[in-house]
Design a protein around this ligand. Structure first.
Ligand code: PHE
Length: 345
C-alpha cells in the first residue's frame, strides 16, 4: 500500500459519475464491495507494521467515509433523475372529456325530409353510387345520344360498350330499381350522393346530395303531386309556406315542373336570398312518363305516378343561409360547429 495508490483511488472516487442506479451499484461493488478496492486495502492494512498503521489508518478511514458518502450522493442523484423522467400527471384528475361531434347540415336536412315523407307513408330506398347507363339514363327515357343527357354532365367509369358504368348523376336510378323490384303501389324516397362533372364554385359542386321521391298507384294525378309537395313544403319551411309550379322539362316526367316555395326570409317582399322575386326554387317534379313505367314492366294504362327530386345542399343553404356550397365539403370545424345546436336528441 502506498500513498499514491490511496490518492489515486480517492481521485477516482471523487470523479465518479453515474447515470443510473445500476451504475451506482456497480461503483459501490467496485470500491466498497467484499472484493472491492477499499476492502482490499483494509486487508493489506492488517498486515503492515505499526509505524505504517499510524500513517495510513486515518487516511484509509477518511477514504472509506468519503467513498460511502459519495456513493450515497450518487444513489440519490440517480433516483432523482429517474423520478424526473416519470410522468408527472395527477392520476386522480378526471379524464379529458371527449368532444361531442355534431351532425353535418346536409345530414340534418336529409333526416328532416326523410321523417316528413315517412309520415306520408313513404319507404326509404337506397342504391349503388356506381351505376350503369341503363338505370341512370336509358330506363328513364334518355335514349342514347339524346340531348337531355347533356343536362347532367356525367363521370364515366367504363366506355366503349352499350351499358357503360358511371357515377350516378341523380338518385332517379334508385327509383328505377324500386320499380323493377317492388310491388305496386310504390311509395319511396331515395336519399343519396350524386356526381356531376361540374367546375367547383360557390354555386356548383361535382358531388352533392339528393332526395328523390316516387309514388305510383292507380289514379295518381297531378293534383296529388301538387298537394303532396305543398304539404311537404309546409312541414319543411313552416305552415305559412306557399308553393308555385313553373313548367319545365325532364325526359322521365310529362308534364314536368319546377317547384318554388315562398321566401321564408322576406315573406314575399323580395330580399337578396330570393333575388327580389319572393320565391326560392327547391325541386323538380312531374308525372312519370308512361315510357318509364313500361321500361320497368309497369302497365302504364293501369298505373300513373309522380316523381320529384331535390338537392339537399340547396335546401340547407336556404335554411341556414349558407352562401357557398364548398363549405359543405371542406370539413372546417368552424363551419361544422355552427350546427351544434341543430342536433335534436
Ligand atoms: N332527377 C332530376 C334531377 O336530378 C330531378 C327530378 C326528379 C325531376 C324527379 C323530376 C322528377 O335533376
Amino acid at each position: 500500500m502506498t500513498r499514491e495508490e490511496i490518492d489515486r483511488l480517492k481521485a477516482q472516487i471523487e470523479e465518479l459519475k453515474c447515470k443510473t442506479a445500476k451504475e451506482v451499484e456497480e461503483a459501490r461493488i467496485r470500491f466498497l464491495g467484499k472484493k472491492g478496492e477499499l476492502t482490499r486495502l483494509f486487508e493489506e492494512f492488517r498486515l503492515i507494521d505499526k509505524e505504517q498503521k499510524k500513517e495510513f489508518g486515518k487516511v484509509l478511514n477518511e477514504l472509506k467515509q468519503s467513498a460511502t458518502a459519495k456513493i450515497e450522493e450518487l444513489k440519490e442523484m440517480a433516483q432523482g433523475a429517474a423520478e424526473a423522467l416519470m410522468p408527472k400527471e395527477d392520476l386522480t384528475m378526471p379524464g379529458d372529456p371527449y368532444e361531442l361531434g355534431s351532425r353535418h347540415p346536409v345530414s340534418i336536412v336529409r333526416q328532416e325530409i326523410v321523417d316528413i315523407f315517412r309520415k306520408f307513408g313513404y319507404d326509404v330506398a337506397e342504391g349503388p353510387e356506381i351505376e350503369d347507363d341503363y338505370h341512370v339514363f336509358e330506363a328513364l327515357n334518355f335514349p342514347p345520344n339524346h340531348p337531355a343527357r347533356d343536362m347532367q354532365d356525367t363521370f364515366f367509369i367504363s366506355s366503349g360498350h352499350l351499358n357503360p358504368l358511371l357515377l350516378r348523376t341523380h338518385t332517379s336510378s334508385v327509383q328505377v330499381r324500386a320499380m323493377e323490384k317492388m310491388d305496386l303501389p310504390i311509395r319511396v324516397i331515395c336519399p343519396g350522393r350524386v356526381f356531376r362533372n361540374e367546375a367547383i364554385s360557390a354555386r356548383a359542386h361535382c358531388i352533392f346530395h339528393q332526395v328523390e321521391g316516387l309514388y305510383i298507384d292507380e289514379g295518381v294525378t297531378f293534383a296529388d303531386l301538387k298537394q303532396s309537395i305543398l304539404l311537404f313544403a309546409r312541414e319543411m319551411f313552416g305552415p305559412e309556406t306557399e308553393i308555385r309550379m313553373r313548367p319545365s322539362y325532364f325526359p322521365f316526367t310529362e308534364p314536368s315542373a319546377e317547384v318554388d316555395v315562398s321566401c321564408n326570409i322576406c315573406h314575399g317582399k323580395g330580399c337578396n336570398i330570393c333575388k327580389g322575386t319572393g320565391w326560392l326554387e327547391i325541386m323538380g317534379c312531374g308525372m312519370v312518363d308512361p315510357n318509364v313505367l313500361e321500361a320497368s314492366g309497369i302497365d302504364s294504362k293501369k298505373y300513373t305516378g309522380f316523381a320529384f327530386g331535390m338537392g339537399l345542399e340547396r335546401i340547407a343553404m336556404l335554411k341556414w343561409r349558407v352562401n357557398d356550397l364548398r363549405h359543405y365539403f371542406e370539413n372546417d370545424m368552424r363551419f361544422l360547429q355552427e350546427f351544434d345546436t341543430a342536433i335534436e336528441v
